[in-house]
Design a protein around this ligand. Structure first.
Ligand code: AMP
Length: 213
């Protein structure tokens, strides 16, 4: 399944909830690229500046890391793609990859959003650096300030590209490069639409309903 939506739509949040609910694996190209940056790999070095600016990483790099990841033993049961594909080129390469590896795409869920509210979502969000649980300074605070509800550690982090400037670039890139995928998957009869501005648990319910319908 693919989750499609602008930055701040809540793709990562929903992917994490669906992983628990449906026993799937989350595959976030953003997380994979950030891991590569942190590890200082060749891919990470190429990606860092682009990510910090809010620009897209070239298709061949992203397609390569996804293709490699799909061969791992833990990726054989069911996957939620969060942040991939992000361009028509990636979608075409993804389709070829799926048919080559014998994987079926069940659904593409578009999380429809109101742009004006996204900036607040993005600039207020942070995650636990240990377990990855997501929080927000207005909508989802941890029960004890600065302590993760899930793992109990105090390692909250904010993404370096969650600034107003980088967000604007990411939103522009979304409409320029990624939004055409809505038509692409609609034409393939794979697109399902949910309200990305609803409360977190309602969005999960909507996604569950559209993928099981
Ligand atoms: P995300 O965590 O999905 O918001 O991604 C963070 C950043 O990683 C993006 O702004 C891009 O710079 C890069 N990135 C993540 N996924 C992709 C992708 N599929 N194609 C190109 N760049 C990507």
């Amino acid at each position: 399944m693919i989750l499609l939506g602008p930055p701040g739509a809540g793709k990562g949040t929903q992917a994490r909830l669906l992983v628990d609910k449906l026993q799937l694996m989350q595959l976030s190209t953003g997380d994979m690229l950030r891991d590569a940056v942190a590890a200082g790999t060749e891919t990470g070095l190429k990606a860092k500046e682009l990510i910090d600016r809010g620009d897209l990483v070239p298709d061949d790099i992203v397609v390569g890391i996804v293709s490699d990841r799909l061969d791992d033993p833990d990726a054989q049961d069911g996957i939620i793609f969060d942040g991939f594909p992000r361009t028509l080129g990636q979608a075409d390469a993804f389709e070829a990859m799926l048919s080559e590896k014998g994987i079926r795409l069940d659904a593409v869920v578009e999380m429809r959003c109101d742009n004006d509210q996204l900036i607040e979502r993005i600039t207020g969000r942070y995650t636990c650096g240990n377990c990855g649980e997501g929080y927000h300074s207005s909508y989802k605070k941890p029960k004890v300030e600065n302590v993760c509800d899930v793992c109990g550690r105090s390692e909250m982090r904010q993404r370096e590209d969650d600034t107003v400037e980088a967000f604007r670039a990411r939103l522009l890139n979304y409409y320029k490069d990624t939004a055409p995928l809505i038509g692409y998957y609609h034409a393939k009869n794979a697109l399902r639409i949910v309200d990305g501005m609803a409360a977190i648990e309602d969005v999960t319910k909507q996604i569950d309903a559209v993928i099981t319908a």
